[in-house]
Design a protein around this ligand. Structure first.
Ligand code: ADP
Ligand code: MG
Length: 699
């Protein structure tokens, strides 16, 4: 029996339709109120919801439930409990209570807490997030939850995300009201994350320790062909890949994830999937699930899905484009330039709130995308530079320009909002050009933050965006709140002008990949944090601690703990990479090189036996060259190993991260340069793992 797509879509989700069908009317209403208005949920409501949820889940084959959460590992976590409850006589019934729905107590001692949770207090709590729907996967009912410590500190990515959405909601609504748009009761942020990934054959994967342990290749000569022909981009899907994508779509649809577009990317073996956007919180959960399903479905098709930011040197890496906007409960996209005058003023205010936020908190935005993996991409002419700037396109830039120069709002005329806005051009969606080099681009009715790495949760960047914009909106509110109606238009105009003057330095419509831009950005005073250890300390800078604490996103200790975890993760990641490289070089690569030389040497010996007059020139030349490379690699890998030991003796976390960045990574590069050169002449039957050519072109 095959299902149609509409039947399939959301069939495993406890969504609004199911809730309406299954819940008593008053319970449904109470739950809706909690979801839409963030009101407290009473336990009797929770009990009724739990019963309906369990019935629905059991009907769909579920035997277990789990609280599903997002600890600071960057992955999701779950602990399954069955619904069964013994009732004597060896019989069981299926039970699930409101208490079990609302709260869980996983033993959380092994999740990173950055010192927030004392070791004796291993308990963590998970709390149901009713704004993200529950779903069934592999016979288990998944309940999205937030994860916090005994004393209420957030230990996850969802809690601060929800807090940041609330902050933005509060500030945006106040600004709308003061602008006279009192119909709006709430504002939510929306996100559509485009996800890139690689598919390689499972058999190849299994032979590469580097991919297994680190997610990226640490060695590998360039294949004869790379991505220079750009023939893979939007190319025809190979049948095996098409079958994978088809099943992935179906699995995602069942989970209510609106997977929409799929295509081949620029690099060979690289692909992309984009969903239709959703409320930020749901989009974040869905992106986590999407990454998980990408991996899982790949296994079934004999593939491994690589989500690392830079699996292959010399080949474009993978990122994520975070499309972001703000929508009112009256259905208006606040970043849509729109047709009616009032919306245009509104649009300009919100546009400038975003521009100001990005300029003021560009350091935090850079921080929010920082990871060891993403350091290989940012600024490497395949992804946006590490410098955060905004692309607005010519039209919008011209609009701001004329506001700055009073061209639209001449002082002589009597200016009302209406006349101010009628002269604004209407921006058709696709008149904003594409600029792939910009980290933060206006794309018609939303912003696209393009610096994100492919493997990271999109929670972090959205926490920063929401909070920074909430802050600039709160400043706007402070300026406008006491202004009488008849003065409003003029005050808004002055405010916009001031904001433009102050923050236009962050607007850049040119090519972000050039050295000229790097120099220009420095002149403009923009941040340029080149690596993760460079940028991490901005997390604990006063201005940023003030921002987060003011809007109740993080407490000071939550910030400190997250900062520590980020530092630790960075160092650990590179530590593992370095160890893996030493292992591969000593136990696989150098032996392969020895064998290659041995083959040549034994041929020389055999030839000499036949006749001393036969030339052995080529063999000897090859041995000589390989021998020199062998020495070079040996020395470089010994240095790497020695430096790893130095790192192991260091205790200052920031110093350590910097040491990994400056010393260990360049040691690794040293090894790799010579090894990749030598690999090019190692016979294919001797190299104990698949080459780049094999992995990238034989799927
Ligand atoms: P492209 O980036 O190729 O122009 P689209 O404009 O269709 O493609 O959008 C790309 C992504 O942006 C999709 O995931 C889409 O759902 C999302 N998106 C569109 N509108 C919004 C919005 N208002 N808020 C957040 N994301 C959006
Ligand atoms: Mg896009």
């Amino acid at each position: 029996m095959s299902m149609t797509v509409p039947q399939m879509y959301g069939s495993l989700v406890f969504n609004d339709k199911v809730m309406r069908d299954k819940l008593p009317k008053d319970i449904y209403k109470a739950l809706r109120k909690t979801i839409d208005k963030n009101t407290h949920l009473e336990i009797d409501v929770a009990n009724a919801v739990a019963i309906a949820m369990k019935e629905w889940a059991v009907e769909h084959g579920a035997t277990h439930f789990t609280h599903w959460f997002q600890p600071l590992t960057g992955f999701t976590a779950e602990k399954h409990d069955s619904f069964i409850s013994p009732v004597g006589d060896g019989e069981v019934i299926m039970e699930f209570s409101g208490k079990e729905l609302v709260k869980g107590e996983p033993d959380a001692s092994s999740f990173p807490s950055g010192g927030l949770r004392a070791t004796f207090e291993a308990r963590g709590y998970t709390a149901w997030d009713p704004t993200s729907p529950a779903f069934i996967k592999d016979g288990t009912l998944y309940i999205p939850t937030a994860f916090c410590s005994y004393s209420g500190e957030a230990l996850d990515k969802k809690t601060p995300l929800l807090r940041s959405m609330e902050a933005l909601n509060r500030e945006a609504t106040r600004v709308l009201h003061v602008l006279g748009n009192t119909a709006v009761q709430s504002v939510t942020t929306t996100v559509g994350p485009e996800q890139e990934y690689f598919l390689i054959d499972k058999e190849d994967f299994k032979l590469r320790k580097d991919l297994i342990f680190t997610g990226r290749t640490l060695l590998g000569a360039k294949p004869p062909k790379g991505q220079e022909m750009e023939d893979h981009y939007f190319g025809t899907l190979k049948p095996r890949v098409a079958a994978y994508m088809h099943e992935l779509d179906e699995e995602l649809w069942k989970l209510g994830i609106p997977a929409k577009t799929k295509h081949n990317e620029v690099a060979p073996a690289q692909h992309e999937l984009a969903p239709v956007f959703d409320t930020t919180n749901v989009a974040v959960d869905h992106n986590q699930l999407t990454m998980e399903m990408m991996r899982k479905v790949a296994e079934k098709h004999g593939f491994v899905c690589l989500l690392h930011e830079k699996p292959f040197d010399g080949i474009n890496g993978s990122g994520k484009h975070n499309n972001w906007s703000m929508t009112t409960d009256t259905g208006v996209n606040l970043l849509d330039p729109g047709k009616t005058p009032a919306e245009n003023i509104q649009f300009l205010v919100f546009l400038m709130a975003v521009v100001s936020a990005v300029d003021k908190y560009a350091d935090l935005m850079r921080l929010s995308v920082a990871s060891a993996g993403n350091d290989h991409r940012l600024g490497a002419n395949e992804a946006p530079p590490a410098i955060i700037s905004i692309f607005l396109g010519d039209e919008l830039t011209a609009v701001l320009d004329s506001i700055e120069k009073d061209a639209f709002f001449g002082k002589q005329e009597k200016v009302t909002m209406e006349t101010g806005a009628t002269v604004l051009p209407h921006f058709a969606k696709d008149t904003t050009d594409r600029n792939r080099t910009s980290p933060f681009a206006f794309t018609g009715n939303k912003f696209e933050f393009r610096s994100l790495g492919s493997s990271l949760s999109v929670a972090g960047p959205n926490i920063v965006l929401n909070t920074a914009v909430a802050e600039t909106l709160s400043e706007i509110y402070e300026e406008l709140k006491d202004v009488p109606a008849e003065k409003m238009a003029e005050t808004v105009r002055e405010l916009l002008k001031k904001a433009i003057l102050e923050h236009k330095r962050v607007i850049f419509n040119g090519n972000g990949y050039t050295d000229e831009w790097v120099a220009e950005a420095e002149k403009r005073g923009l941040y340029n944090y080149k690596s993760t250890p460079d940028v991490l300390p901005v997390f604990v800078a006063d201005k940023n601690v003030d921002l987060f604490t003011k809007h109740h996103i993080y407490t000071e200790s939550e910030i400190k703990s997250r900062y520590e975890i980020l530092l630790e993760n960075y160092s650990k990641t590179i530590h593992i990479e370095a160890q893996t490289m030493v292992d591969m070089v000593n136990r696989q690569f150098l032996p392969a090189l020895m064998e290659t030389m041995d083959r040549a040497a034994s041929l020389v010996a055999k030839k000499q036996q036949i006749s001393a007059a036969i030339s052995c020139k080529a063999e000897l030349a090859r041995i000589e060259k390989l021998s020199a490379q062998y020495d070079g690699i040996y020395e470089a890998v010994e240095k790497l190993a020695a430096d790893i030991r130095i790192a192991e003796g260091m205790s200052d976390e920031l110093g350590l991260a910097k040491f990994y960045q400056a010393t260990i990574l360049s040691d690794m590069a040293e090894v790799r340069v010579i090894a990749d050169e030598a690999e090019a002449v190692i016979p294919e039957d001797i190299l104990p793992y698949p080459s780049y050519a094999k992995m990238l072109f034989y799927v």
